[in-house]
Design a protein around this ligand. Sequence first.
Ligand code: PFF
Length: 452
Amino acid sequence: MKTGNSNGSNRGLWATRLGFILAASGSAVGLGNVWKFPYITGQNGGGAFVLVYLLCIAVVGLPIMLTEFTIGRRTGLNPVGAFRALAPGTPWVVIGFMGVLAGFLILSFYSVVGGWTLAYVIKAVTGGMSTFTSPQIAGEFFGSFISDTPQVLLFHTAFMILTMGIVLRGIHGGIEKACDILMPTLVVMLLLLMVRSLTLDGAMEGVKFYLSPDFSKIDGSVILMAMGQAFFSLSLGMGCLITYASYLPPEENLTSATVYVVLFDTGIALLMGMVIFPAVFAVGMEPTEGPSLVFSVLPTVFTQMPFGFVVSIVFFILLAIAALTSAISLMEAVAAFFIDQFGWERKKAVWVMGATIYLFGIPSGLSFGLLADVKFFDKTFFDVVDNIASNYLLPLGGMLTAIFVGWWWGTDNAHKEIERHETTFRWAKAWEFLIKFVSPIAVFLVFLGHFF
Ligand code: PFF
């Protein structure tokens, strides 16, 4: 295992270029792609939403991801250390603290939903899903499962232990090795599922819904929703990708890595739509089902398709894998902060912070049962944490990162870092324009959208 980085510390490095790309893709591809993207698309008119989402990815996601990678490799540090190193003695370090806080908050509820996916893997493997013959039956099971305190806590615990176990093993030995196997498996599973879905009778209706845009459906709120989703899905705005890029050897080509990760993340989301919509239409259900689309409608779809038993196992394993590789990146971003800034051992950082995040996640886990009636401003604990982290901290972090690089640290410095070991950065002018103007303004509008 290679250790040491450009700063000469002993933090570890990715062993291969592919390892980094797979790990960053593993962070990006998660519940956001497999669970959230299809249901938001279903609720917002299908094809038209997909087009707006793709536009957001191109003009905001791509440039901000390259920016985060650049900051990470340049400094070789966690988000707090990175902003401190680039702008010593200035308040810009707040972006880093906000990022670590966002990672803490997101992982706390992400682990709860990750736990649900583990429970569904077990349900599928033990054949329990064969009773889900209608969406009502599946929905009732889902509702009673997520309100069952011991079960929810058991799976939240299991998911968090898995996440910590991988992060404990470090960059190369744990995260990279896991993603090397998990990410390609995920792609193969998705392709198999897509073939299964597309060959069902009536599947073409779903393809039509998904691919033919109805522009009358596009309004301000749809655009805002697409932008927020782009952010969450690409793991942007909280320094997670700064952390991952800090383990990069200096010869890595940042622009091509960015393009690969964005294509991978977007490709998986689009493929997921191709799995879900044909299947939903084939069995005569509604694409507008909402958050329960994956957990209660899909199992019903599985019971009605040939080889449904196998398909359900494959699908939920895939969902759990996607959630796990994202959770790992959230845990790593938080742990790296304590390792770099306080000199903690990796073991201590993971155990102490993992346990704290786990405890903080418990009220989120109980938000659908025991604590369902405990509301803060009309929202459950789960919704409050999700809302603060995903809708406020991430867009704000992304916007400030773009402003920081565009107007303070300087695009010239970033440009130099991007070209450090590469030939010319051909898209420099376009990137500069996007990062200085388009991305911050676009994200600012998303942010406003949460207020009004
Ligand atoms: N990108 C992940 C998903 O789509 O599920 C979620 C996520 C991971 C968000 C890491 C933010 C982050 F830093």
